[in-house]
Design a protein around this ligand. Structure first.
Ligand code: 13P
Ligand code: ZN
Length: 267
């Protein structure tokens, strides 16, 4: 067995993945194989992946020069979050991007676990995070019911209207997600096109809604990133509850948000 899998620091990271994968399933956001998770683990795994040449090598659909020699934890395609929660290395693998930024190795503990079909998005977004040089290392993509339901409403098809609705439902939403969500046009899952649209949208947001599908959030650790999606979905639930009661919610107004901005020193 490759000793990278026995690394204590990596175990701390994967324990959080197990915890959050369990939440995603319990929330009902992870039907079948829905959702995927990746984490840049270069700091932890550098120099610890043994016998790289003995693992399968694949070609990326896009070239990502800034990811040369970066190492990722990533969930497998077709794998269930409820299974990820109880068996990390049976359902996830380590992806090592080679020096050329065009090819990668899949390092699995046992049988090869092919990375998520959303790999173009995951790696493109990670490249963006590496370029920014901040502390963000985590990407979670999931299918939160009420956020997806909101993305199906014609009245919320504009990004500004979607954010007005989400921020309006609860002060916490504005405090936790002051930049709001990015709302991209519908795109086929797993494509380079959805990856590009997502990266563009992340220039001004930390969460992107994929209409009729799900959402994606980035952050510095698993729990915080999950919490952001959870907070947004709470707003989505409140919005839909008001609508189901037959009324349009009287959400927090811009002036009320401006007060929060000062009170919570939001940039
Ligand atoms: P994977 O099983 O390939 O990760 O796909 C799940 C998903 O949610 C696609 O958007
Ligand atoms: Zn999905």
């Amino acid at each position: 067995m490759n000793t990278v899998f026995a690394n204590k620091e990596l175990k701390k990271v994967t324990d959080k993945v197990s915890e959050v994968a369990g939440y995603l399933w319990e929330k009902g956001w992870a039907e079948r194989n829905a959702g995927n998770i990746s984490i840049n683990i270069t700091d932890i795994a550098k120099g610890r992946v043994e016998n790289l040449s003995s693992y399968p090598t694949k070609q990326l659909s896009i070239t990502l020069p800034s990811l040369a020699n970066n190492i990722f934890f990533i969930t497998g395609t077709g794998k269930r979050m409820r299974e990820v929660a109880r068996d990390i290395w049976g359902n996830c693998s380590i992806v090592v991007v080679h020096e050329d930024g065009k090819t990668y190795s899949i390092v699995s503990e046992g049988e090869t676990v092919i990375p998520t079909s959303e790999l173009p998005t995951h790696l493109s977004v990670h490249q963006e995070m590496v370029k920014r040089g901040g502390t963000d290392k985590v990407l979670i993509h999931t299918h939160p019911n009420e956020i997806v339901a909101m993305s199906l409403l014609p009245s919320l098809s504009k990004e500004a209207d979607m954010n007005e609705a989400l921020w309006g439902m609860h002060p916490e939403t504005y405090i936790v997600v002051p930049k709001g969500v990015g709302l991209i046009p519908y795109e086929v899952p797993g494509t380079d096109d959805i990856a590009k649209l997502t990266v563009d949208s992340l220039q001004s947001h930390d969460v992107v809604v994929w209409p009729k599908h799900g959402c994606l959030a980035i952050g510095k650790d698993m729990i915080e990133t999950f919490d952001v999606i959870d907070t947004l979905n709470k707003s989505a639930i409140l919005y839909l509850l008001c609508k189901s009661a037959g009324e349009s919610p009287m959400g927090l107004k811009k002036g009320e948000r401006d007060v929060l901005k000062i009170a919570f020193k939001i940039a």
